[in-house]
Design a protein around this ligand. Sequence first.
Ligand code: NAD
Length: 478
Amino acid sequence: MQYEDTGLYIGGEWRPAISGAFIPVENPATGQQIGQVAKASTDDLDLALTAVQAGFDLWRRTAAFERASILRRAATLIRERADRIAEILTLEQGKPLTEARTETLLAGDVLDWFAGEAQRTYGQLIPARSPSVTQAVHKLPVGPVAAFTPWNFPINQTIRKLAAALAAGCAIIVKGPEETPASPAALVQALADAGVPAGVVNLVYGVPAEISSYLIPHPVIRKASFTGSVAVGKQLAELAGRHMKRTTMELGGHAPVIICDDADVQAVVALFSAFKFRAAGQTCISPTRFLVHRKVHDEFVEGFIAGARNVKVGDGFDPATRMGPLINLKRVQAVQGMVDDAVAKGAKLETGGRRIGDTGYFYEPTILTGLDPAMRIMNEEPFGPVALVSPFDELDAAITEANRLPVGLGAFAFTSSARTAHRLANEIESGMITINHIGMGLPEVPFGGIKDSGYGSEGGSDAIEPYLVSRFVTSQPG
Ligand code: NAD
C-alpha cells in the first residue's frame, strides 16, 4: 500500500521543513520505516504563527452559518474518503482496519456536531437598571489556538480540537503525532478542500517539547489544548499558567470497572473481551482495574481469560485481526516493565505477559490477578493490553479502591440494582461513568476528566465554551 510522506501545512500550503529535516515513520506491525514527516524548527513555527494570526483575522469575521456549512462539507468529504483514510491510519498506527474506519467515520459526526454548535454560540441580554440601557454578553472566539494531539486516536483526538476551535471562530496550529502523521494530514486536507481558508488550520510536526515551549508562551497564541500523559499535561499547564493562557487538558486515566454480584457476568465478559483490547489498550479510558465481587470473581476471571486468549493479534489489514501492535518499542518496554514489576511483587499472570515475536510491536492480551496497591501497574497507566482483576466483598471497598488514585477519567460499573447504580454514579470520582453498557466518547456527550486527568470537556454542549470568551457590552442611545 502506498504511503506518502507528510509535510507541514502552513498558510494553506504543504511544504517541507525549512531546514529540510525529517523524522522517520514506522509501521508498528513490521517495525519497518514506511515514510517520513517534516520536522519543524522555530523558523517554520514563526511562519505558522504569522499564518494563524492572519487566518484568525479572517475566520472570526466569517459568519457562523458559513463556518458551519464548511465544517459539514468537510464531514461529507471525510465520509467519502473514509476507506482510504482508514488504510493510512492502520498502516501507521497498527489498529485493525474496522477500528480505523469507525474512528474515521466518527470524525464526520464530530464535525457535524460542532457545525451545529457554531450556530448556537448564544450570548445573553441582561435586564438593566435603567430602561435606556442595553446590557449584552457577546460570545467571541478566544483567538489562535495551539493544540497537541497523540498517536493512539490520531484522527479522533485531532478532529475534536480542530472542530471545536473552528466552530468557535478560532484559527489553530495543531502539533500532530509524529508516529502517525499522515492520517491527521488527510483530515486537514479534507478541511482545506471543504473551503477552510488558508491560515485557519495549520499542521506541524517536530520535537514535541520544542514546539510546545515555543508556541504556548508566544503572544499570538491565546489558548492551548493537550491530550497526552498527566506528567506532560502538568508541565504544559504550568507553562500556560505562567503566560496566562487558557488550557484544555485531556490526560491519562486508570479506569476502574466495578462488577457487582448481581451483574450479568457473561455479558460483561463478552463486552470487555473486545473493548479492553481496542487500540491494543492504548486508550485513556481503557478499562484497567477490574474490581469484581468475590461471589462472581472466579467466573469472571475464567471467562475473561478465555476471551483474552481468543483475541486474534496481528496486522490490522488482516480481516481476522482483533488487536494490532503497540505503537513502538518504547511502549512494549514500558508495558513489560510494569508487568514484570507486578509479577516480581507476587501478582499472578493468568494469561499473556510477553511480547509476541520480534517483528513489529505485538504484545499478548494480558490478565493479572493477586494484585497489590504497592505494584507500579496499580498506580501507573499501563496504556497497553493489560487488565488487572481484584476481588471485593463490600461495595464500600470497591468505591475506595476506585477512588484511590489521583486520576479520574473514565469508569465502568455493572449491576442490576438501581440503588447500587445510583450510588456508583454519585460516588465514583471520574469525569465519565458508563453503567451496564459502554457508552463514552460520542461527539454529543461530554468527554473529559477530573482530578489529575485534567479539565475541559471535548464533547457535548460544554465543548465549544473553552474556545470562547465573553465580552460584556453595555450601551444606551447617545
Ligand atoms: P509521551 O509522554 O512521550 O507522549 C505522549 C504524547 O504527548 C505524545 O503525543 C507526545 O507527542 C506528546 N508530548 C510529549 N511531550 C510533550 C511536550 N513537552 N509538549 C507537547 N507534547 C508532548 O509518551 P508516549 O510513550 O508517547 O505515550 C505514553 C503515555 O502517554 C501513556 O502512558 C499515556 O499516559 C499518555 N498518552 C495519553 C493519551 C491520551 O489519550 N490521553 C494518548 C497518548 C499517550
